[in-house]
Unconditional design. Structure first.
Ligand SMILES: NC(=O)c1ccc[n+]([C@@H]2O[C@H](COP(=O)([O-])OP(=O)(O)OC[C@H]3O[C@@H](n4cnc5c(N)ncnc54)[C@H](O)[C@@H]3O)[C@@H](O)[C@H]2O)c1
Length: 535
């Protein structure tokens, strides 16, 4: 990991504070992190026990929870003021004190996000006073999660084993060079995860947040490089530096085997080696192409995604699907290659043409439909893509990360992310990838999928009405002209998601209740397409 003058911050002001519910493993994480940084971990529960000279369970029994919380607040506030405290683990309930919460905003809080089953198993076994009644335990978890989330700078999902690289990635946030607006969400995938740094100013901090590959090479969308190339080079100068950039023309035609060959040859001529890393700067096109090149270059080098469109920031930069199109069908040649890191800076969207922003909004609506509430509610109340999108971008990318964590290789749950895409891909292919932006095709595809969901699964028609209003309100198409339905159906048959010769659709029973691989009769599909075509 990057070295900073002070083991943690350079100034010693910001501490790394481990937060989370009972059983999330805060003390263990603090000791791992402190060891890696060469400092002593401090633990508020241990300090309370030392101060009162008795175990916490006894304090609860003798004095009650209220008195315990008062001791806890005093100890934690002292601890956060101590100059020698660099890595601190707090008791799970410390966040209930408004005084503690106010002070936590000065530090880098790392929230260990444990599921309730694992938390109960661990906490119940160790006879914690608040882990005796299961219902109360669940209610407490639900109450505290929003508190942890509200102060967290890093969110690390906890499975049976903690991924220690996640702690290294979180520790980088303590550098003074990283603005407090940048958060880290750890993406879990089998065999090791990766950090997603998200927030305004993340691009400028790219060099400090860099933790992979000896040297950095880049593949960049030509137009985006013109806008942000200098900024990126400056940022990387404080990290690995930038050896060479290969720019590629904007547009879907760039996602081709021919272009991939040109990029691979350019990287070879530039002397890129297996110990180096490739950075992808641009939207989904540059990201998919660069990811593909990284996956196959010398049988695989790490790729760091720096997404610059809304589509890429909410969707394509995460999850490791990389590839190019064939003349016959979209995304037909590709591999899974998870990023080594993603750096998502919503500020980059300020230069995005309105039409591209709108196209990305279709993916936001899709994610809201898949996730259901609260995200679906957030998307509906957001209304317009003109609003600040930072919060919704983070929520959407977390939905994607959670789905991919369950099904990296697209064998089950991940198919849900294709809501609206069976039709969208067919429409794009049938119009030679020139008729509709991907997001526009997704907008129409969502309406087709929702119409089919009404027919097949009884989805309430008000959902399609709400979606159509959102799309229309953001200048997205809710009807289409162009290729005959038989052409679109033929393209669908080629779609790689087909099963047993019939197209498998992703449909909804309700927002948040997704059914994948649903077979639908051709006549029903044809009727839904015709209905959506005319609006
Ligand atoms: N891998 C995945 O999981 C996944 C998921 C969804 C979509 N995709 C793919 O993503 C592609 C679409 O990506 P996209 O919608 O990002 O389009 P894109 O990459 O083509 O970018 C759209 C346009 O915006 C410009 N641009 C990009 N960032 C800019 C910025 N910050 N300021 C100004 N202009 C900017 C580009 O030059 C381009 O002209 C499709 O090929 C689709 O298949 C992949």
């Amino acid at each position: 990991m990057a070295q900073v003058s002070d083991p943690v911050t350079g100034t010693g002001r910001r501490k790394l504070v481990l937060l989370g519910f009972m059983g999330s493993g805060k003390s263990h994480a603090a000791s791992v992190l402190a060891k890696r940084l060469g400092v002593e971990p401090l633990d508020s529960d241990e300090l309370i026990e030392q101060r009162l000279d008795k175990p916490i369970a006894e304090i609860f029994e003798d004095q009650g929870e209220g008195a315990f919380r008062e001791h806890e607040e005093a100890v934690v506030i002292d601890l956060l003021d101590r100059d020698d405290a660099r890595v601190v683990a707090l008791g799970g309930g410390a966040v209930e004190s408004p005084g503690v919460m106010r002070r936590l905003t000065d530090h880098v809080c790392v929230y260990l996000d444990v599921g309730t089953d694992l938390a109960w198993e661990r906490a119940h076994r160790s006879a914690r006073p608040l882990a005796r009644d299961h219902d109360r335990f669940l209610a407490l978890h639900a109450e505290r999660v929003p508190l942890y989330e509200s102060v967290a700078r890093a969110v690390v999902p906890v499975d049976a084993e903690l991924d220690e690289s996640a702690l290294d990635a979180a520790a980088l946030l303590a550098s003074d060079a990283v603005p407090a607006t940048v958060r880290m969400v750890w993406a879990q995938v089998p065999g090791g995860g990766y950090p997603v740094y998200v927030g305004r100013g993340a691009l400028e901090a790219a060099g400090v947040l860099w933790s992979t590959g000896e040297r950095c090479f880049a593949v960049a969308d030509e137009a985006v490089w013109g806008l942000y190339g200098e900024q990126l080079e400056r940022a990387l100068a404080t990290g690995p530096g930038l050896q060479q950039v290969v720019t590629v023309p904007p547009g879907e035609e760039t996602k081709s085997l021919g272009q991939a060959e040109q990029v691979l040859s350019a990287l070879t001529r530039a002397g890129m080696e297996r110990s180096d890393a490739l950075l992808a700067l641009g939207g989904g096109v540059a990201g998919d192409l660069a990811g593909f090149c990284a996956a196959v270059y010398q049988r695989g080098v790490p790729v760091v995604q720096v997404p610059t469109t809304l589509v890429a920031q909410v969707d394509s930069a995460y999850g490791g699907k990389t590839g190019v199109d064939l003349p016959e069908a979209k995304n037909y040649a590709g591999v899974f290659h998870q990023p080594a890191a993603v750096i998502t800076d919503p500020r980059l969207l300020s230069s995005l043409p309105a039409s591209e922003l709108r196209a990305g909004f279709a993916e936001v609506v899709k994610t809201g439909l898949i996730a259901g509430d609260p995200l679906w509610g957030e998307v509906r109340s957001l209304g317009s893509v003109e609003q600040p999108l930072d919060a919704v971008i983070e929520s959407c990318l977390r939905v994607k990360l959670a789905v991919v964590a369950r099904d990296e290789r697209d064998r089950g749950a991940r198919a849900s992310l294709n809501l609206g895409h069976t039709f969208a891909h067919a429409l794009e292919a049938a119009t030679g990838y020139a008729g509709y932006r991907h997001g526009e095709a997704v907008a129409i595809g969502l309406l087709v999928a929702l119409r089919l969901s009404e027919h097949e699964l009884g989805l309430d028609a008000s959902v399609r009405e709400a979606v159509a209003a959102l799309l229309r309100g953001n200048g997205l198409p809710v009807a289409f002209e162009g290729p005959p339905t038989s052409d679109v159906l033929a393209r669908m048959a080629l779609d790689k998601k087909r099963s047993g010769g019939r197209v498998g659709f992703v449909l909804l029973r309700a927002p948040g209740d997704v059914v994948t691989h649903q077979e639908v009769d051709d006549a029903v599909v044809r009727a839904a397409i015709e209905e959506v075509r005319t609006g």
